[in-house]
Design a protein around this ligand. Structure first.
Ligand code: SAH
Length: 324
């Protein structure tokens, strides 16, 4: 819902009207009609003038593990995907997109192969979360869908700041980045809320990282890691490091040694991600992942292996490419 449009439309009414509209929406109301403490004619005016959502759901798919992926369209029909992950312990985590497509060209990620359209507005980002909020209570959000959040930092932060109204605290909100420095620096300097930071690393040496992620030529690892350490000092929270396991590319024990050498254990926690097929690589075997983790364990660098969700509906990490 475009709350700015709501505010403009209701400019002649008391300021608390806008707040009422938002409270109903954030708690999962499905239409203006449900907002029973608004005068009937205000509800009718809103219905006529401001679409209830800035995004229209075009397709929904449900995985056998309970994961739900939804393809939305913006007003100009640009594709945007978001995913709800349901875990056995009851956790409900929503993965949001910050852009339609992505201008970066990481070789292992399907989103980079589709056409980049544009940055999403804060309202378009929130409407993805609100869609799922209307289905059930949600408690975690990750900005790990389509797009690079730090290229759209203002809208991402504006959306993240409102997530507690939907039931998602800042501590349970994570923004993931390739290490786009201008946005990352602003995120560290300007965002006081304890929002978690995740870094997509995937290789501990510049040459290999540049091969996998061309953005590394622009913002080399050393500078990005220095910024991450500044985040840790200021926010007193570890940075999560994402590392996708590609067979024969970045998954040898020596790569793990390099990783343990560049990441200090007091500042970083590693999340090894089994590669989700996008046609470009082979995923590392279970044994290779276990051996890699063993090296990190020995170095006492905290590491976990990410649970794969929604692969059968192309909803897993790196698979969002709006193919429905
Ligand atoms: N652009 C941001 C936000 C997207 S997060 C970022 O890259 O951090 C999506 C995560 O999934 C990133 O860590 C990305 O590197 C990872 N990923 C991309 N393609 C993948 C694939 N095929 N298999 C597993 N993980 C992948």
């Amino acid at each position: 819902m475009d709350l700015d449009a709501v505010a403009t439309l209701l400019a002649g009414e008391p300021a608390y009207r806008r707040r009422q509209v938002w409270e109903w929406t954030a708690r999962g109301a499905a239409s203006y009609g449900e907002m029973t403490n608004l005068p009937r004619n205000t509800r009718a005016l809103l219905e006529d003038e401001v679409p209830f959502s800035t995004l229209l759901p075009a397709h929904a798919a449900r995985s056998k593990d309970g994961t739900v992926k939804v393809l939305f369209h913006t007003a100009e029909e640009h594709p945007v995907e978001a995913v709800l992950m349901r875990y056995r312990d009851g956790r409900r985590s929503v993965c949001l997109s910050s852009q339609s497509g992505c201008p970066l060209t990481c070789t292992f990620c399907a989103t980079g192969t589709m056409q980049f359209r544009r940055n999403l507005t804060a309202w378009e980002i929130l409407d993805q979360a609100l869609y799922f909020r209307r289905l059930e209570a949600i408690d975690h959000v990750v900005f790990m869908g389509m797009g690079e959040p730090m290229l759209n930092i203002d809208a991402v932060v504006a959306a993240a700041r409102l997530l507690p109204d939907l039931g998602v605290t800042h501590r349970r909100t994570t923004v993931s980045t390739v290490g786009w420095l201008p946005g990352l620096t602003r995120f560290i300097d300007e965002v006081e809320q304890p929002i978690r930071l995740a870094l997509s690393l995937h290789a501990a040496a510049d040459a290999l990282r540049s091969e996998l992620m061309p953005v590394n030529d622009r913002y080399p690892l050393e500078d990005v890691l220095a910024e991450c350490r500044r985040y840790v000092q200021l926010r007193r929270r570890k940075v999560f490091v994402e590392y996708v396991m590609l067979a024969g590319v970045n998954d040898a024990p020596e790569h793990a040694e390099q990783l343990a050498a560049v990441l200090d254990k007091s500042s970083f926690k590693v999340n090894l991600i089994p590669y989700n097929p996008t046609g470009m690589y082979d995923g590392s075997s279970r044994d290779a992942i276990a051996a890699f983790k063993h090296v990190l364990d020995r170095a006492r660098l905290p590491a976990t292996v990410r649970l794969t969700r929604g692969r059968d509906i192309a909803a897993a990490c790196g698979q969002l490419a709006a193919s429905a």
